[in-house]
Design a protein around this ligand. Structure first.
Ligand code: C5P
Length: 242
């Protein structure tokens, strides 16, 4: 199957697997179908930075190191400089500290590492905000938008946000400020005990202006993960030409 490169480059597969062996089999299977592999906490904590070689040795896809750093600015800055030595393209920092840690993004500018701020996790719903201590009446959309603005001012390359928030963020922060969208659920996907809350289809995310989408379980747990990834790339392609 001939998959379009612009569409393929918008798909990030989340390597949410427990070990290097499983990671390698997904990278080999999907290396020509997705543009980027996301290495998250589960795999990185188990295998360490060496696991990044699995992606580099078996595909030409880029790497998104999703560590969601959340610490004092000095520590986050040091972690970003360490990450820059691993040859990864994206890294995530939590965007909830008002910007002081996010400003360390400027320290790795020019080193090829793009810092993305996590606005509000896509597993969090509007009804949970009150219980998390946020003032009554604050909408989740406004919280995401405020954090996106801070991330932009702090020198981040973009944000991780839900699909329904992309167009507003692009309008406020500029079109070249990247919006990376997890919480993707193709219409055909059936996820057991799903923990995602703010979900959209690949088509909806792209039509809203997402630069990249992150897909994990809909591909990982599909009967045929290769076919599932190709179907998503085709859906992206259709949305791009719509
Ligand atoms: O399996 P699923 O498609 O829900 O995977 C989504 C991936 O995106 C997970 O690896 C998760 O850690 C990540 N993520 C997220 N929400 C964010 C940031 C990252 O779901 N705000």
């Amino acid at each position: 199957m001939n998959l379009s490169i612009p569409a393929k480059n918008k798909l990030i597969f989340a390597l949410d697997v427990p070990n290097r062996k499983e990671a390698e089999s997904y990278v080999r299977l999907l290396g020509n179908t997705v543009g980027c592999f996301k290495v998250g906490l589960e795999l990185f904590v188990k295998e360490g930075p060496d696991v990044l070689k699995v992606v580099k040795q078996n595909s030409s896809a880029s790497i998104f190191l999703d560590l969601k750093l959340h610490d004092i600015p000095a520590t986050v800055g040091s972690a970003l400089r360490s990450a820059a030595t691993h040859g990864v393209r994206f890294i995530t920092v939590h965007g909830s500290d008002g910007g002081s840690a996010l400003k360390t993004a400027t320290e790795v500018k020019g080193l090829g590492l793009e810092v993305l701020a996590v606005t509000v996790l896509t597993s969090v719903s509007e009804s949970q905000l009150g219980g998390l201590g946020y003032k009554e009446g604050l909408s989740l959309r406004q919280l995401v938008l405020d954090r996106a603005n801070i991330a932009k001012e702090s020198g981040c390359a973009g944000v991780v946000c839900a699909g329904e928030e992309v167009s507003l963020i692009k309008k406020e922060c500029s079109n070249d400020f990247k919006a990376v969208v997890p919480g993707i659920r193709p219409a055909w996907a059936e996820i057991e005990k799903d923990d995602q809350s703010r979900i959209v289809t690949p088509k909806e995310a792209i039509l809203n202006g997402a630069d990249l989408i992150v897909v994990g379980r809909p591909i990982r747990d599909a009967k045929d993960p290769g076919e599932a990834a190709s179907k998503i790339v085709e859906e992206i392609e259709l949305a791009l030409t719509a």
